[in-house]
Design a protein around this ligand. Structure first.
Ligand SMILES: Cc1cc2nc3c(=O)[nH]c(=O)nc-3n(C[C@H](O)[C@H](O)[C@H](O)COP(=O)(O)OP(=O)(O)OC[C@H]3O[C@@H](n4cnc5c(N)ncnc54)[C@H](O)[C@@H]3O)c2cc1C
Length: 414
């Protein structure tokens, strides 16, 4: 008989960890405070972009952002506030934008991105899930000559890059207008419909015996000297051998255990609408200099953008939505937003693009699945396997090469 595991959360971190553990015979309960499809794991762009794409903490990002902020065009919005945690995060972020860190991050992205892509292939082929998964790359569109030239210098390996002119890419780009500088197809990336993935994965987990408790917020823990005895909601107590905290950008529960996690919420938006098939892109289009992703989905289109830090206000600011559309429309043909839906959510952002995975240093039976950042769908399955193995094989953090390599706990996030 396996262990009993209670997972607090309900996004990609929770579901992929549950998948590994259920396959290994453990008894898993997932407790989620919402029961709607509102979490970031449902509302994101669905781009799987581990390859040939710079991380957020990259050299030059600060100067570039400040320049764009002064011009009023920056996709990154910094809202200063009085929270010292926010400033500690910013200092770590700035310290992470080095060439040495970039080299390491790109290698780790390749390694865990590849594992995740393989895992998504298995979910479709072996488990029969259909979540609009395409391993067809991303079309990186440049609207600034300087950034295009810079990327071209690196785009030499034809197994990874395809440099295209507008005419040859037109069919695949759909609504993109000719007034762009260039297009580079990053061949190894992929995409999926995150909402469908989450729904199908949840149904699969139910079939595998995982128990879901929705609409239940965990507010505290009962602890012994070195272990968590139970997790408590306002009305119930949940006992288990092991607990996983996978609560996205919500860090209050970790703080109660004396573990302040080095992550902050980074707000982003999506606009989902129906689009005429004749101008719908055939592949995911990423506007490199506008920081806008356009993902074609089976029945609609999704635009995602903005990275607002220093706020935890969940409201949809229509001015931000309008600015995304205004920026985008300078480089597209005319298109109509048919039946538009607007959404805002938070990325759980660490200062150096590393997730926070591994055991708590005091309470060994608490495992974190946090800090998935702006790439939670890209790395979710690989991280779920790492967390699942840590618990299944009863490893300490230092006995897992993957935790040592890819967890922010060992890579500069403490
Ligand atoms: C605009 C935008 C675009 C993005 N685009 C991409 C993309 O293209 N590709 C990519 O790889 N990633 C993308 N991401 C990032 C990705 O969505 C996140 O990394 C990922 O969803 C995080 O998953 P999670 O499971 O950690 O958290 P979440 O999805 O936030 O789930 C956390 C869950 O925990 C629950 N919870 C919190 N506290 C409690 C509690 N106390 N008790 C019970 N339940 C609790 C919440 O209700 C929530 O359901 C994007 C994010 C945003 C915002």
């Amino acid at each position: 008989m396996g262990q009993s595991v209670v997972i607090i959360g309900g996004g990609i971190a929770a579901l992929t960890s549950a998948y590994t553990l259920a396959n290994k015979g453990h008894r898993v309960t997932i407790i989620n405070q919402t029961d709607t499809n509102s979490a970031p794991s449902f509302g994101n762009a669905g781009l799987l972009s581990a390859f040939e794409k710079a991380p957020l903490a990259a050299p030059g990002v600060i100067t570039k952002t400040l320049k764009l902020m002064l011009q009023g065009k920056s996709p990154i919005v910094l809202r200063p506030n009085l929270d010292p945690h926010f400033y500690r995060w910013l200092v770590r972020f700035m310290a992470s934008t080095t060439r040495a860190r970039l080299k390491k991050t790109l290698i780790l992205f390749e390694r865990y991105g590849e594992q995740s892509i393989q895992a998504y292939h298995r979910l479709t082929q072996e488990e029969g899930l259909d979540f609009d998964f395409h391993h067809d790359g991303v079309m990186l569109v440049f609207t600034e000559a300087e950034s295009y030239r810079e990327k071209l210098r690196h785009a030499t390996d034809s197994s990874k890059y395809e440099v295209l002119d507008y005419a040859s890419a037109k069919e695949r780009l759909g609504f993109v207008a000719p007034n762009i500088e260039g297009v580079i197809h990053l061949k190894r990336n992929g995409r999926l419909d995150p909402g469908r993935l989450m729904e199908q994965l949840k149904a699969l987990l139910v079939r595998k015996g995982v128990c879901f408790v929705s609409g239940e917020e965990i507010v505290d823990f009962d602890v012994g000297p070195k272990q968590i005895k139970s997790a408590r909601s306002k009305t119930r107590t949940y006992e288990a051998d092991t607990f996983i905290l996978a609560s996205g950008h919500h860090t209050a529960l970790a703080a109660k255990l004396g573990t302040p996690l080095m992550l902050i919420p980074a707000k982003g938006y999506n606009i989902t609408f129906e689009m005429e098939e004749s101008i719908k892109p055939k592949q995911c289009v990423m506007f490199n200099d506008l920081f806008i992703i356009a993902t074609p989905r089976q029945h609609d289109m999704r635009l995602t953008s903005k990275l607002e830090i220093g706020t935890s206000n969940p409201d949809i600011n229509m001015k931000r939505v309008q600015s995304i559309l205004a920026n985008l429309k300078t480089h597209t043909v005319k298109f109509e937003l048919q039946n538009p839906r607007y959404w805002a959510g938070f990325r759980p952002l660490t200062p150096n693009d590393m997730p926070l995975i591994g055991r708590d240093s005091t309470y060994r039976n608490m495992v974190y699945g946090m800090g998935y950042g702006w790439l939670g769908m890209t790395f979710g399955p690989a991280l779920g396997e790492i967390i699942g193995r840590l618990i299944d094989e009863d490893l300490e953090n230092h006995q897992s090469d993957d935790v040592l390599l890819f967890s922010g706990f060992y890579q500069g996030c403490l």
